[in-house]
Design a protein around this ligand. Structure first.
Ligand SMILES: *[C@@H]1O[C@H](CO)[C@@H](O)[C@H](O)[C@H]1NC(C)=O
Ligand SMILES: CC(=O)N[C@H]1CO[C@H](CO)[C@@H](O)[C@@H]1O
Length: 188
């Protein structure tokens, strides 16, 4: 190999390694597919407390992964009812039970739910200078949605901690602002 081609070869190698380690560090979580939304049938999709409903023809990305978990993982907190006839639909996946809005429970996006490996563990949620401990009881399904099983709601984004009212209360968020909040979580 001539010196110049060896130089070029080394340059390419270094660039390749650099981009690969960057990707490893970002651990990019890319969509696994998409779902084309259909309007819910009449009287379906409980819009209680701003639940989102699928719209005809709109494309919703699906995810099997979530961003990497660290000692303090960034997420978006959303509101859900795990009660019977609440907007959560079926009983919780971890224990096949419903849970009162007054107990701090959460569902995690599919990647973080991780096939149930965090079921019934407690995570610490921090925001607003406060923190609350909540039990993982369900999956916020990032792989499916827009069907009767999911109350015609879109698939969950990949970075969601979907929480009962009790969690929002404990974080001291005024009720008018319940809906979406940047948080960090740890544990489990
Ligand atoms: C999580 O917290 C609940 C309520 O305090 C408790 O009953 C449960 O045992 C805890 N789970 C674990 C795995 O420690
Ligand atoms: C899930 C949840 O918080 N549901 C509430 C939505 O708003 C109505 C009316 O304010 C409450 O009664 C529900 O409990």
């Amino acid at each position: 190999m001539k010196n110049s081609s060896l130089g070029a070869f080394l340059l390419v190698l270094v660039l390749l390694l650099a981009t690969q380690s960057l990707e490893a560090r970002l651990q990019v979580c890319k969509p696994s597919g998409e779902i084309r939304g259909k309007n819910p049938p009449p009287n379906q999709c409980n819009q209680e407390n701003d639940s989102d409903c699928c719209k005809n023809g709109k494309l919703y990305p699906t995810y099997k992964c979530s961003p990497p978990v660290s000692g303090s993982t960034k997420a978006v907190l959303t509101l859900n009812s795990f009660e019977k006839d609440g907007d959560g639909g079926a009983p919780s996946e971890c224990d096949n039970k419903y849970h009162s809005d007054n107990t701090p429970v959460v569902a995690l996006s599919t990647g973080w739910y991780s096939g149930g490996s965090r079921c019934l563990n407690n995570i610490t949620i921090s925001a607003n200078g406060r923190s609350v401990t909540a039990m993982v009881v369900d999956e916020c399904d990032s792989t499916m949605g827009c069907d009767s099983d999911h109350d015609y709601q879109p698939p969950c984004p990949n970075n969601i901690v979907d929480a009962s009212k009790a969690v929002w209360k404990a974080l001291g968020v005024p009720e008018d602002n319940w809906g979406e909040l940047d948080i960090t979580w740890s544990g489990a």
